[in-house]
Every structure is written in structure tokens, then in C-alpha cells.
Design a protein around this ligand. Structure first.
Ligand SMILES: Nc1ncnc2c1ncn2[C@@H]1O[C@H](COP(=O)(O)OP(=O)(O)OP(=O)(O)O)[C@@H](O)[C@H]1O
Ligand SMILES: [Mg+2]
Length: 111
């Protein structure tokens, strides 16, 4: 899941941009892991498309980015199998933050 999010962050961010990976435990015990970039971003109305199977923003044949459009729907499905989910916040030209979260019941805390 992280590899998919990281490969998107690298692919959709120009050289010299920044990618940040962060994790947090929320008050109610959920684990949230986010991958944020300073890349091309997306407009809000395109985010549901980006999360759908084979959905690509600007999916024209001549688009400059490679891929099949399956990474995000896979990440979303896997997170949902754990009872969690995938959230995406994005601003065009500013960047994207993709966050996967897992409910308390799926989080094992070491000794
Ligand atoms: N970090 C991001 N910044 C900007 N756009 C993104 C980002 N991540 C995803 N997208 C948009 O969402 C679309 C779907 O992403 P997804 O990972 O499902 O497919 P892909 O990267 O095109 O191909 P694949 O992951 O199957 O190799 C991308 O094609 C792109 O248009
Ligand atoms: Mg991808």
C-alpha cells in the first residue's frame, strides 16, 4: 500500500519537490499513515475518479504519466478489508496527501 502511494507521489511530483511520510495514532486508537507530496495535485471533483478502477485524471492516450489506474483502488480496497479506508486531500498545483487508516482493532502495539 505504501509502495503504491509513494510511487504516485514520486511520479506526480516534479524534480526538486518534497515527499513526506508521516504516521499518527489518533485518540480513538486508529493508525493513520500519510504520504504527502508537493506535486501537480488534483481538483476535488477528480478525486473520486482517481480512486476508481482504471480511473486516471487526464487519462488521454498521449498523457505523459505511465500507469494503469489500479494503484489507488487497490490501496482503498485493502484498507477497507481492514475496516479502514483511504482519504485523499489535494489542491491543483500545490500537492496531494493520501492517508490510509486502520481501526483500533487492527492495530497491534508492541511491548
Ligand atoms: N500523488 C498524486 N498527485 C497527483 N495525481 C495523482 C496522485 N496520485 C494519483 N493521482 C491521479 O490519480 C490517478 C490514479 O492513480 P493510480 O495510482 O490508481 O493509477 P496510476 O498511478 O495512474 O497507475 P498505477 O498505479 O496502476 O501504475 C493517477 O493516474 C493520477 O491522475
Ligand atoms: Mg499509481
Amino acid at each position: 500500500m505504501l509502495l503504491n502511494l509513494l510511487s504516485n507521489a514520486v511520479k506526480f511530483t516534479e524534480r526538486g519537490g518534497e515527499i513526506t511520510v508521516a504516521s499518527e495514532m489518533t485518540e480513538d486508537g486508529c493508525l493513520r499513515i500519510s504520504v504527502a507530496d508537493t506535486g501537480i495535485g488534483m481538483v476535488a471533483r477528480d478525486i473520486p475518479k482517481a480512486m476508481s478502477t482504471f480511473g486516471q485524471v487526464d487519462g488521454a492516450l498521449n498523457r505523459k504519466y505511465q500507469g494503469t489506474g489500479l494503484g489507488l483502488p487497490l490501496v482503498k480496497s485493502l484498507a477497507e478489508l481492514h475496516g479502514g479506508g483511504l482519504e485523499i486531500d489535494s489542491l491543483i498545483g500545490v500537492g496531494t496527501a493520501a492517508t490510509i487508516w486502520f481501526p483500533k482493532e487492527r492495530v497491534v502495539i508492541g511491548d
